[in-house]
Design a binder for this molecule. Structure first.
Ligand SMILES: [Mn+2]
Length: 352
């Protein structure tokens, strides 16, 4: 038996957030095609203080064969079954142990978001019913595992889950809502992420998950979204042929995205250039040309690019530094190669 899982859809009404509805609709279409008739939504199905549930209700009516299992998140803490007319919606407003099928031994613990609780407290209350490796946790909040991405408008800790909690209660899998970026951590903790980017800062292809409750195998599938956002830094160096150099950088950036050729038309790119150029006058145009066929979310930001005189000696020093930087393994999140290179350009060209 397979179950689809998503989270953080942040629906408003269809008119204000059509792309979020379409993303959810796409997941449902994919599930239907695969004869999967269950979808878990791990919190923040609705955006903050949203009080119009009609459009979602209608979407659920359209997919009568699919059952929806929803927990409230920090943005939609007040939702409950009574606000929906469609009969295929189940909302867990209290921590609930749930079995999808009598014949399957695996249990699910659904933990609705509560702002004064930690997930460990709820697990402790249910301890007797949770057999190690035979249960799946569905929750909404922060997994406390070193440096984790945050939603930029949600600072602080929301209904935490610690590594010690996982050690103690041994869930087979943990699937959480709250972080919009899709991530898999510590082999068994998974954030499906938002199926549709909420804004330009939520970059890359979006996904949803399918859990096989017999094997507990989890797979990740892409959502067909209207747009794929990317946010990039382009480093400019005053080499002999700057536009060729920029073109090369653009190709590297595009190949790093790992998207299919036909998806390129969906991309909306925000780009910030840094470093130094010998002529800032045509720089924005050169950048646009280098990304030919890609749509820009807004004008390339070239404010931080310095104008310097071309100097072959300085360029050759810089090129050697660049090679060294690229060879080096940098610990992620501490210092990026880009930052090191930008500083090197400033030092070599004597930019304040
Ligand atoms: Mn949230």
């Amino acid at each position: 038996m397979k179950i689809g899982i998503t989270a953080d859809v942040h629906l408003k009404n269809r008119e204000t957030t059509p792309e979020r509805f379409n993303a959810l609709d796409d997941i449902l279409k994919q599930l239907k095609r695969e004869n999967i008739n269950r979808l878990i939504i791990a919190g923040d199905l609705f955006d903050k203080e949203y009080r119009n549930y009609k459009d979602f209700d209608n979407l659920c009516k359209k997919y009568q064969d699919i059952n929806f299992y929803i927990i409230p998140g920090n943005h939609d803490q007040d939702i409950s079954e009574k606000i929906f007319a469609s009969g295929n919606i189940q909302v867990f407003t209290e921590p609930t142990i749930f079995q999808f099928s009598e014949s399957k031994s695996v249990k699910f613990l659904f933990i609705p978001y509560k702002n004064d609780k930690a997930m460990g407290e709820i697990m402790e209350e249910q301890r007797k019913l949770l057999l190690p490796h035979l249960w799946v946790l569905i929750g909404h909040g922060n997994y406390l595992a070193g440096k984790m991405p945050e939603n930029k408008y949600e600072e602080g800790i929301y209904m935490p889950l610690s590594r010690a909690d996982i050690q103690e209660y041994q869930p087979a899998r943990v699937i959480l809502g709250h972080i919009h970026k899709p991530i898999d951590i510590d082999k068994k903790v998974h954030y499906p992420g938002s199926p549709s980017s909420l804004d330009i800062t939520e970059t890359g292809r979006r996904r949803y998950l399918i859990l096989d409750i017999d094997s507990l195998e989890l797979i990740s599938l892409f959502v067909n979204t209207e747009h794929i956002y990317f946010n990039e830094t382009l480093i400019v160096i005053p080499v002999e042929n700057e536009s060729d150099y920029i073109k090369e950088q653009a190709e590297k950036i595009i190949s790093r995205w790992g998207i299919k050729e036909e998806e390129k038309t969906k991309v909306k790119l925000r780009i910030k250039a840094e470093g130094a150029t010998s002529n800032k006058n045509k720089l924005a145009e050169i950048i646009k040309d280098a990304f030919y066929g890609i749509k820009f979310y807004d004008e390339p930001d070239i404010n931080e690019v310095n104008v310097v005189d071309r100097n072959s000696e300085k360029i050759s020093i810089l090129e050697r530094v660049k090679q060294k930087v690229e060879e080096q393994v940098w610990e992620k999140n501490i210092l990026t190669k880009e930052k090191v290179l930008i500083e090197a350009i400033k030092t070599i060209f004597g930019i304040e």
